[in-house]
Design a protein around this ligand. Structure first.
Ligand SMILES: [Zn+2]
Ligand SMILES: [Zn+2]
Length: 97
């Protein structure tokens, strides 16, 4: 694993997301006041490819928080991206019984 820690320290300015209230690395987001997740969902910016460790993304420091508004927006996106297939419905039915 090559990890330039000194470079990383320089980039580690932490900001608070206006939308979800999570902390995030300023350098990881395209927007000053929004974490990559919210910026992506609300404004279509490139999202962070989150890698969660100990409850936070190691890349952008987002903690997985979502405002109700963003959750709804994300839900819409998820639905269109991954419609529940018949197979999945069957699985759910089996798990419930
Ligand atoms: Zn956010
Ligand atoms: Zn991330």
């Amino acid at each position: 694993m090559s990890f330039d820690e000194s470079k990383f320290e320089l980039q580690k300015e932490i900001k608070t997301c206006d939308e979800c209230g999570s902390k995030f690395y300023a350098s990881a987001s395209k927007m000053q006041s929004l974490c990559p997740e919210c910026a992506s969902i609300l404004y279509g910016y490139e999202n962070c490819d989150h890698v969660f460790e100990n409850g936070r993304c190691v890349k952008c420091f987002w903690d997985g928080s979502r405002s109700e508004y963003v959750r709804e927006m994300a839900h819409e996106t998820d639905k269109s991206a991954e419609p529940i297939t018949l197979d999945a419905k069957e699985q759910i039915g089996k798990n419930m019984s």
